[in-house]
Design a binder for this molecule. Sequence first.
Ligand code: GAR
Length: 190
Amino acid sequence: MKNIAIFASGNGSNAEAIARYFANYKNICVKCVLSNRHNAGVHQRMEQLNIPSYSFSKEEWQDAHKITDFLKKENIELIVLAGFLAKIEKPILSAFQGNIINIHPSLLPKYGGKGMWGHHIHEAVIAAGETQSGITIHYIDENIDEGRIIFQTSCDVLPGDTPDTLAERIHKLEHRYFPEIIEKILGKEI
Ligand code: GAR
């Protein structure tokens, strides 16, 4: 069994899309969800899907040894960041080197880096008059949004778009492609 741990800080719509996609797989399993926020929407979504979700404190994420041990005990093969907004510290990075991926709601390297998350990205894309945006799935390294890119796909930014309408279009792309790309990574196809 290939076990996935999802890290999420917010609403958790990507975590849910991934969990639903793999729900009936015999060889791939979303084993657990870890969060840095005990009141994140993702916990409720996971409860409905019977997937254990846990919240760790700021100090636990900063020290990261307890979390690393937990992930090892759970036999995790791939860590998937789906709207996770805290830093991944060295102990986790080195224990899972090359096995941590993130989704980012822009065409990196554009609109990445510190402060660029969620609606801030869509606001910046619209303010800059971009006609295209999209999603990037990438490996993570010690620098924010800089690891090797695995997959990108784009969508139009339409006249009259607000950050919310653009976010909705981007979320549709994320839900469609993220689970498929995870499957390909676990199958060593990409
Ligand atoms: C997603 O759009 C994800 O790409 C983005 O947060 C959203 C989380 O939505 N991540 C980042 O901005 C990371 N820099 P969700 O909680 O509904 O899955």
